[in-house]
Design a protein around this ligand. Structure first.
Ligand SMILES: CC(C)(COP(=O)(O)OP(=O)(O)OC[C@H]1O[C@@H](n2cnc3c(N)ncnc32)[C@H](O)[C@@H]1OP(=O)(O)O)[C@@H](O)C(=O)NCCC(=O)NCCS
Length: 159
């Protein structure tokens, strides 16, 4: 696990494209966030953890504190190399994120995903990680595609 480096960008772009989970607009948005982190070393809105396995980028997670909340964080993006799916790397990235947040006394980590069939395994991934569905806006992304908010609560006070 390590910080993001500019040399990771092309590998992460490939992971995002090959995962078949994201539209081209979503890939562009994910890259924009990564570029924001790479190009603004002083920014504090987003944090990235990169997982490297045998010298190769296996995945990443991007998260950040939610402004104007007490100790709440959003997980904005997670993706692992599709060739390595199901080998525990996604879980490792989540565990590292949660550990870092708990050390800071975070109260909760929130994330959003879609109700589409395509995301069924992703939802299972979160549910197995003890994330609970706390909100759902029907037809949010498009008719028939709900936005589901999953939350994991920690014991911290957010102080
Ligand atoms: C969701 C994701 C990050 C999980 O990472 P991973 O490295 O496959 O996860 P792990 O190996 O730690 O965990 C495996 C569990 O994740 C779930 N899972 C989700 N997608 C999976 C996939 N393509 N292959 C295997 N398991 C998957 C399963 O529930 C699996 O549990 P099981 O082995 O008991 O069936 C990864 O599959 C991914 O990048 N998906 C595409 C991008 C995406 O959907 N991101 C989230 C957007 S909201």
């Amino acid at each position: 696990m390590r910080d993001l480096q500019s040399s990771d960008r092309s590998q992460l772009e490939q992971i995002l494209i090959c995962s078949n989970a994201f539209t081209s607009a979503e890939v562009a948005c994910a890259l924009e966030l990564l570029d924001g982190v790479l190009n603004n070393p002083d920014q504090q809105d987003y944090e990235v953890i990169v997982l490297e396995v045998a010298g190769r980028v296996a995945g990443y997670v991007l998260f950040g504190a939610i402004p104007l909340t007490q100790g709440n964080y959003d997980l904005y993006w997670i993706a692992t190399d599709p060739e390595l799916h199901g080998q525990g790397f996604g879980r490792k990235l989540m565990a590292e994120t949660e550990e870092r947040l708990q050390v800071r006394g975070a109260r909760m980590l929130c994330l959003e995903t879609s109700s589409q069939e395509l995301y069924q395994r992703t939802r299972r991934f979160y549910e197995q990680g003890d994330y609970k569905e706390e909100a759902r806006i029907r037809d949010f992304y498009r008719p028939g595609d709900d936005r589901i908010t999953y939350v994991k609560r920690f014991s911290g006070s957010g102080e």
